[in-house]
Write a protein that binds this ligand. Structure first.
Ligand code: AP5
Ligand code: MG
Length: 256
């Protein structure tokens, strides 16, 4: 069964994370790390950093929906209409996407979930899937003051080819508008306009925050990490330490 194992090796020129290269021993973990937090709290950033060291895939429902939007299919058309307005897409749509994704063979070692679940209904469906597939879920709540969110998201740029995230204020590309890794022109998300960001935060407060209570009542381990007063690398270290202390990641995964 599952093994949450660190990846060996990084692409040439890629910043080496200050995290272990591989675990010393095999561990039957099959962990599902649920990155939870408001829009702009750094879920995607942390998922990518953790993903450099963990074998399981990074599953972002936002990225999946944007792929459908780019493809222009039926799911994409519905998703575009709602995401542009800062609204959540219907539960049935994302539940079906996640169910199908979790069944793929690359999820066997464990998964990093980003942006899912986002309603209590989605959380219930997810826990059912976790139980039937034998995953061990843990929730990592990235906490950031809302005042910082609008500034963060207004300055976000992303590479449409490799997915690297930039911040015009804290981690800008070396050449304005160009991805450091592959030279592609960076894009601004359609939902990163201020009025849409405010609607997304409202949706988060009303629909997503109640999940925290549901998880607590369901006995799912829940960890809070302050993600608003530190660089992404510092937040990553906090995240890693919390997961190690709690045994979500094996103690042998390294203490550096
Ligand atoms: P989604 O793509 O999931 O967006 P989100 O949850 O609103 O979150 P973001 O991607 O905006 O932020 P993030 O937390 O990933 O932060 P990031 O790392 O990029 O969803 C988009 C839409 O799709 C939703 O609104 C909804 O319509 C729909 N949808 C998706 N999933 C759904 C679901 N399950 N159910 C229903 N609808 C769904 O960081 C943000 C910026 O800050 C970046 O520029 C980054 O470089 C910077 N940054 C990151 N960390 C730091 C730091 N420590 N210090 C300074 N800057 C930082
Ligand atoms: Mg994201």
């Amino acid at each position: 069964m599952g093994l949450l194992r660190a990846r060996a090796g990084f692409a040439a020129g890629e910043a080496r994370p200050d995290l272990p290269e591989k675990t010393a021993d095999p561990h039957d973990i099959h962990a599902a790390i649920i990155l939870f937090g408001s829009p702009g709290s750094g879920k995607g950033t942390q998922a990518k950093l953790l993903g450099q060291c963990l074998a399981g895939p990074h599953i972002s429902t936002g990225d999946m929906l944007r792929e459908h939007i780019s493809a222009g299919d039926e799911i994409g058309k519905e998703a575009q209409r709602l995401t542009k307005a800062g609204k959540l897409v219907p539960d049935e749509m994302v539940n079906a996407l996640v169910k199908q994704r979790l069944a793929a063979a690359d999820c066997e070692p464990g998964v990093i979930l980003d942006g899912y679940p986002r309603t209590v209904n989605q959380a219930k469906v997810l826990l059912g899937l976790m139980e039937s597939d034998g995953f061990k879920p843990s929730v990592l709540h990235l906490v950031v003051d809302y005042e910082k969110i609008v500034a963060r998201l207004s300055g976000r740029r992303q590479c449409p080819v490799c997915g690297t995230l930039y911040s015009l204020t804290t981690s800008p590309p070396k050449v304005a508008g160009i991805c450091d890794r592959d030279g592609a022109a960076l894009v601004t998300r359609e939902d990163d306009r201020e009025e849409v960001i405010r609607e997304r935060l409202h949706e988060y407060d009303v629909q997503t925050v109640p999940i925290l209570n549901f998880f607590k009542e369901s006995g799912v381990p829940l960890f809070e990490v302050n993600a608003g007063d530190a660089t992404p690398d510092q937040v990553k270290r906090r995240v890693w330490e919390r997961l190690m202390e709690a045994g979500v990641l094996p103690a042998t995964a390294g203490s550096r």
